[in-house]
Design a binder for this molecule. Structure first.
Ligand code: SF4
Length: 382
């Protein structure tokens, strides 16, 4: 690399495909670790080898260790993971380094270790404060477990903490959700992510709903929940900066913004996806096969494709629209070489007529109604 040429930057995603147990709604690439002796150690060896190979020649601006549940790893393994990431990749000194953790797997010692080794953002999966909702979701922790984890994180030194919540769960009421938000905002976390439950095929929850065991709340209640969340969190001083994400000013998740702005990121670990320029790649999902492939080839990519022009256009639009600042018309033209209105005049007219989309100061944005009905908007651009 010439001295005059700055190193290209990228975000780094590191996938840990292990959890305590499988939640009923989860379709992430994760499975219980218990009873699979030696797997975590061999997986980490392969993962660090992949990180070294794939991050070469790149300055890493953000790291996100997710899963799965990274904190299901034993202390020694967590230490090996974080030290290995710093050793095998060139991490910018101002990098945001997030790690996901679930209550019941985060001890005081693990929280301290993560912070001391350089992790500066912790994302805690709470999902709900109600025991009955946690049970429906198949979560194995309780609200008191979460409070303990939150306390461990604070005492370890973390000030940048995200709390994950879910709404639209069978049996959840507006009042129950309101109580969730009140309890969480009292803790004053830097960031709150709150996702609408999606029924994914192949999950236990999908089968339960199909078999009539549970009923989803329905679109009207979902909409009431969404607007209540927005109102409550904005009143509490959070900036609503992405459809499902709220942050204290300046605490927006830099790693996720890389995804939404369609910038470069390297995905490492079983089932991880990455995107460099127009090239998208996916790793093999099975952790055991992942280890074999890394040992053999130093990479575990099973699919790699160049985004077609059409895919690039729709990706730029629906990722850009996820952010409340909207899609910059200038960036759109720079990236695609085309004027947005020349390509999508008809779609824009239709969606603005339905009060789902608007133009403001050179940005195309979802309206308040469009934020909740974003999928209906995105479909028009696919
Ligand atoms: S903890 Fe997260 S990744 Fe693990 S099973 Fe539950 S939802 Fe899936």
């Amino acid at each position: 690399m010439s001295e005059l040429m700055p190193e290209p930057t990228a975000g780094l995603y590191v996938h840990i495909p292990f959890c305590l147990s499988k939640c009923r709604y989860c379709d992430f690439n994760s499975s219980p670790l218990a009873g699979r002796s030696g797997l975590a150690g061999a997986y980490l060896d392969a993962l660090l080898e992949e990180i070294a190979a794939r991050c070469r020649g790149r300055k890493i601006s953000t790291v996100f260790a997710g899963g799965g549940t990274p904190t299901v790893l034993a202390e020694k393994e967590l230490e090996k993971l974080i030290r290995g990431i710093f050793k095998n990749a060139c991490i910018d000194k101002n990098a945001e380094f997030s790690c996901e953790a679930n209550p019941g797997t985060l001890t005081a010692a693990k929280a301290k270790l993560l912070f001391e080794l350089g992790v500066n953002r912790l994302s805690l999966g709470l999902q709900s404060t109600e025991a009955k909702i946690l049970k429906v979701l198949g979560r194995v922790h309780s609200w008191p477990d979460f409070l303990k984890s939150y306390d461990f994180a604070g005492k370890a030194g973390f000030t940048n903490i995200n709390v994950d919540l879910i709404f639209g769960v069978p049996g959840q009421t507006l009042f129950g959700l309101k109580r969730d938000i009140c309890k969480v905002k009292e803790l004053k976390p830097a960031h709150i992510s709150i996702y609408n439950l999606i029924l994914e095929e192949g999950t236990q929850m999908h089968a339960d709903v199909k078999n009539g065991l549970y009923a989803l709340p329905g679109e009207d209640l979902d909409a009431d929940m969404y607007y209540m969340i927005k109102e409550m969190l904005e009143t509490a001083g959070y900036v609503h900066y992405e459809i499902s994400n709220f942050a204290r000013p300046g605490k927006e998740c830099r790693h996720n913004i890389i995804y939404w702005k369609a910038q470069d990121y390297i995905g490492t670990g079983a089932g991880a996806s990455g995107k460099l320029g127009k090239e998208r790649s996916d790793n093999i999902e099975d952790p055991e096969q992942y280890i074999v492939l890394i040992k053999k080839n130093k990479n575990a990519i099973i699919r790699s494709q160049k985004l077609s022009r059409k895919e690039e256009l729709s990706e730029t639009i629906f990722l850009g629209l996820r952010m409340l600042e909207g899609l910059s018309l200038t960036t759109f033209k720079e990236r695609t070489g085309k004027d947005f209105f020349v390509l999508f005049e008809k779609e824009f007219k239709k969606l603005s007529g339905l009060e789902l989309l608007k133009e403001e100061n050179g940005f195309i944005k979802l309206t308040g109604k469009g934020l909740f009905l974003s999928n209906e908007v995105f479909v028009e651009f696919v």
